[in-house]
Design a protein around this ligand. Structure first.
Ligand SMILES: [Zn+2]
Ligand SMILES: [Zn+2]
Length: 316
């Protein structure tokens, strides 16, 4: 698919649709293998610990959403394969950002995930978030974000995704391969807490207001995020008996996943009212558009430049 999908007025916005997709671990895994060249049902089946019903449902979902295209590759009997569309190919910065975050921050990942290498400079690298307009590296505080015309009223919450997951049961739905990414984006309240934290919430009441959630739910999500080391508790500067929550280094490092996800979602899904989130790079003043660059040589990354695998033996 080459054109953005129009969304119905008043419904789930581009962020909600995208989070419904990213919050579905099986959909992410199917996409990851598609990006490594898998096209046929049996090849996904052989590479993933997935049941037929779950795999068939995810291929149908990704085809319906426009990320995959189903094509016959053989007649008599007719057999089909699934190819990434342009929309599906352009999701690579999100996959790469999740991969890098899990690799760097989640205990035990380092041994099981191969490293990424930059083809141009040959070095093991981590993708760095930069501004497409000026090329500067970008941290969360460098981006000024506000809700756009389709950003309010809980419309960034992935309703369809939540229904789908609760219907299939968490046990059956979880592959357990990106456990902490799923803890952050795999259910609606976590997603809203994460969004509130990046939009600058620090105190309990601010989270409560921005999430529109019951206090018990806010408290539960805050505990989970503190337990994951994504938020840290500290006494408030305003009043010693208040607690303040701030993003840790690990939490801030998730920012590229959030920004590449939002950019992809707003590129490919259009609410009639306008965007859900409007962001500007404080450094140059331009509308913020994320670009990933190699943290070693600074070169802008294209998907073909990112090589996943063991590093080459050291030269010299
Ligand atoms: Zn800039
Ligand atoms: Zn490089």
């Amino acid at each position: 698919m080459d054109e953005a999908t129009p969304l119905p007025p008043g419904g789930e916005n581009a962020i909600g649709v995208t989070l419904g997709l990213i919050g579905d671990e099986w959909a992410l895994l199917v996409l990851r293998h598609a990006h490594q060249g898998v096209r046929r049902y049996a090849d996904w089946r052989a590479r993933l610990p997935v049941s037929d019903s779950v795999l068939a449902a995810r291929l149908a979902l990704l085809t319906r959403m426009g990320l995959l295209r189903r094509e016959a590759y053989q007649e008599r009997p007719t057999r089909h394969e699934y190819r990434l569309t342009r929309m599906g190919r352009e999701i690579w910065p999100i996959l790469v950002s999740i991969w890098a975050w899990e690799h760097r921050w989640v205990a035990g990942r380092d041994a099981s995930l191969p490293r990424m290498r930059h083809r141009a400079c040959g070095e093991p690298m981590e993708p760095a978030l930069t501004c497409a307009a000026c090329g500067a590296p970008v941290r969360p505080r460098d981006v000024d974000s506000r809700l756009g015309p389709s950003g309010g009223d809980g419309r960034s919450v992935p309703t369809a995704g939540t229904r789908r997951r609760s219907a299939s049961g968490t046990g059956a739905a979880a592959a357990g391969l990106f456990p902490e990414t799923m803890a952050l984006v795999g259910n609606r309240w976590s997603v809203m807490l994460l969004g509130a934290a990046f939009l600058g919430a620090h105190r309990f009441g601010e989270f409560e207001r921005m999430m529109g959630a019951p206090p018990a739910m806010v408290a539960d999500r805050l505990r989970t995020f503190v337990g994951l080391g994504v938020l840290a508790e500290e006494p408030s500067a305003e009043r010693a008996d208040w607690t303040s929550y701030r993003l840790t280094d690990k939490g801030r490092a998730f920012f590229p996943v959030v920004m590449t996800g939002i950019a992809w979602g707003q590129r490919w899904f259009r609410a009639p009212e306008g965007p859900a989130l409007v962001s500007a790079h404080r450094g140059c003043g331009a509308a913020f558009e994320p670009r990933l660059a190699c943290d070693r040589c600074g070169g802008v990354l294209a998907e073909a430049d990112v090589v996943v695998g063991p590093p080459e033996p050291a030269r010299r």
